[in-house]
Design a protein around this ligand. Structure first.
Ligand code: C5P
Length: 143
């Protein structure tokens, strides 16, 4: 809008774009999903998540992304691990979460595959570079 001041909604380009990632935990395992695209990332594993939308809380983004990507309802818990810088100034932040229905099985809606991973298997997966940064803190959580 003409004459917009700093602080006007949607005009403040200095606000960091947060991308949430989600560590859904169940029975000592955490859910990972395998990317289908873009081609540079295809076949690599990540924690479910995506960009927080304007006006949305990070916890709400966790719930929405898990619903969209996995077809399950989760409850967001505390965040864990570092803020990981991504390209374009975005920051990746990991939240723990649990399934609302413990018996629900996440499905790969947009991805190639999903799987439950125990800490002893962490090193077996080719993770996305950014997601690798969360593994030490997750190990401590499970340890
Ligand atoms: O999924 P979306 O395109 O909204 O994610 C934004 C960026 O965050 C992408 O570059 C994606 O590769 C990255 N990302 C990531 N690790 C995740 C989720 C997203 O590096 N667990």
């Amino acid at each position: 809008m003409a004459g917009g001041r700093a602080g006007d909604v949607g005009q403040d380009l200095s606000v960091t774009q947060i991308v949430v990632a989600t560590a859904i935990m169940r029975n000592g395992q955490v859910l990972a999903q395998q990317r289908a695209y873009p081609s540079a990332d295809a076949g690599r594993w990540e924690f479910p998540g995506g960009r927080v939308e304007p006006g949305e809380s990070e916890e709400a983004a966790v719930v929405r992304e898990c619903r969209e990507e996995l077809g399950v309802e989760v409850e967001a818990g505390p965040s864990v691990g570092p803020d990981v810088p991504l390209r374009n100034g975005m920051v990746l932040r990991l939240y723990t979460a649990t399934l609302v229905d413990d018996n629900a099985e996440p499905v790969a809606v947009e991805h190639s595959a999903v799987r439950w991973v125990g800490i002893e298997e962490f090193d077996d997966l080719p993770w996305l570079e950014a997601d690798l940064a969360f593994l030490p803190d997750l190990r401590k959580l499970f340890g």
